[in-house]
Design a protein around this ligand. Structure first.
Ligand SMILES: [Ca+2]
Ligand SMILES: [Ca+2]
Ligand SMILES: [Ca+2]
Length: 466
């Protein structure tokens, strides 16, 4: 093949040069609107969820007004990058933005990623309107520099028992031997560090993340702590002077006792409970309130909040002076559910908002006799020792009994070939299941006999050879 002569190439070069000049320097007619865009992602220690700013400058370098100018973002590669719609401003308004010749404005787009593991997002920001004179500068590419997912950071601090109650670390308040625990999204288990003699703890290499949870366990001498706000760990070393505050439990000073005016009630009856709160400490305990039925069983006495007066969870204003007791009388109705269970009562925590749920708990139960129900369950034994029921592990023809906590026999029955047994027409309540030799019941032997509609179905009881 023949090469082109040098002369021919020279002629081509001249032709391109002339064309280029004609485009860049309009001599007579207006060229129209000409938007130019430059986009630049701000640098930072970006983590998933951060609002990452992208500075976008839009200028009309043409000689007529640019109308209906609109902006779009495309991700060329890397992690998915979600740009907040509102941050586009007038570039996303119905009519678009208007730019006079020579006008320039800057937008700060806000976007975020969900993960660090899919690479830095490469974005193309495209801004243009109709009649654009030159599309070559309407797209601008920028790369969002995320933290490497392998980045780690040091997290350290001190756990202290605020013995002088001044809200800060005072000399000698460090708590030794407690576990500091830390976990973040994507971590399969807690990192654990034990506090030293001064209460200090340190984690040398915590994987970065926007929401790292931390707390303490196994505090000495009954000290209690709450759950501090989660940490942002981004490799900047900003979490090396953490302070975990522990307080003495409210139970150091405050004790609670509940008694009922009867040991047995009927559904719908009004019961009176006497609640005694005693402060054995040297300071007034204030801000107290009762939180009853914390388990949400709804078979205890229905005590209206107003009955608790200052001690209601609405008022949170109960006080007990040092060395004193406060006696509260509250009345409540026995609910229908208590009749189905054969039991009612009152169980409450007594706390204030500063106690980190370390206040005393008290309860008193009473019977609600009358209802009867069938109680059906299956007796099985763990033949293959895997800790769970498997087909074929039922125990036929074994005699089992229900007895009261006091050991009184209530009902006796024998299992069928399939291991099922029914105790008919038993008074509602909680019983112990026992098996006749050579068997004995293993594990939790409580059987709840509950009347409809509150019963929760058949029970299963494991037995083992004596
Ligand atoms: Ca342009
Ligand atoms: Ca202190
Ligand atoms: Ca088994």
């Amino acid at each position: 093949m023949r090469r082109k002569s040098l002369r021919a190439i020279g002629a081509l070069t001249v032709a391109f040069t002339v064309t280029g000049l004609m485009t860049a320097v309009p001599a007579y007619a207006a060229t129209g609107p000409n938007i130019k865009v430059t986009a630049k992602a701000q640098e930072g220690r970006w983590l998933p969820g951060d609002a990452i700013p992208i500075e976008v400058t839009v200028a009309n370098i043409g000689d007529t007004t640019a109308n209906q100018v609109k902006g779009y973002g495309d991700r060329e590669s890397g992690a998915y990058f979600a740009i907040e719609e509102a941050s586009w401003g007038d570039l996303r308004s119905t009519d678009g933005a208007t730019y006079a010749p020579g006008e320039s404005r800057t937008y700060t787009l806000k976007g975020s990623v969900y993960t660090l593991t899919e690479g830095n997002p490469v974005l193309v920001i495209d801004v243009s309107g109709p009649g654009e004179a030159d599309y070559s500068d309407n797209r601008s590419r920028t790369t969002v520099g995320l933290l490497s997912p392998d980045t780690t950071d040091r997290v350290a601090g001190v756990l202290y028992g605020d013995r002088n109650e001044d809200g800060k670390l005072s000399p000698g308040e460090g708590l030794a031997g407690a576990e500091a625990r830390l976990i973040g999204p994507g971590m399969s288990e807690y990192l654990v560090a034990v506090t030293d003699a001064e209460g200090r703890f340190a984690f040398d290499a915590v994987p970065v993340g926007p929401n790292i949870s931390w707390h303490f366990e196994k505090l000495p001498d009954g000290w209690v702590t709450g759950y501090p706000p989660s940490l942002r760990v981004d490799g900047s070393g900003q979490n090396t002077a953490l302070e975990g505050r522990a307080i003495r439990p409210l139970t150091d000073a405050l004790s609670a006792k509940i008694t009922l005016d009867k040991t047995s009630y009927a559904v719908g009856e009004t019961a009176t409970a006497t609640v005694t709160l005693t402060n054995a400490g040297t300071r007034e305990v204030s801000g107290l309130y009762a939180g009853c039925d914390p388990g949400g069983f709804e078979r205890g006495l229905e005590v209206p909040a107003a009955q608790w007066g200052a001690f209601s969870y609405v008022n949170k204003a109960g006080k007990v002076a040092p060395g004193q007791s406060v006696v509260l009388k509250v009345t409540g109705t026995v609910p229908a559910k208590a009749g189905a269970y054969g039991q009612t009562g009152l169980d409450c925590w007594f706390d204030n908002d500063n106690s980190l749920s370390s206040g005393p708990y008290a309860y008193e139960n009473a019977k609600v006799p009358g209802k009867r129900a069938d109680s059906r369950g299956r007796i099985w034994t763990d033949k293959n020792g895997n800790g769970q029921w498997d087909s074929g592990e039922q125990v036929p023809n074994v005699t089992v009994t229900l007895t009261t906590d006091g050991g009184k026999l209530v009902s006796l029955a024998r299992t069928g070939a399939d291991g099922w047994v029914t105790f008919p027409n038993v008074a509602v309540g909680v019983y112990q299941l026992r098996a006749i030799a050579p068997w004995r019941a293993g594990g939790d032997t409580d059987v709840y006999v509950i009347a409809p509609p509150y019963g929760f179905g058949d029970w299963h009881q494991q037995v083992v050879r004596r």
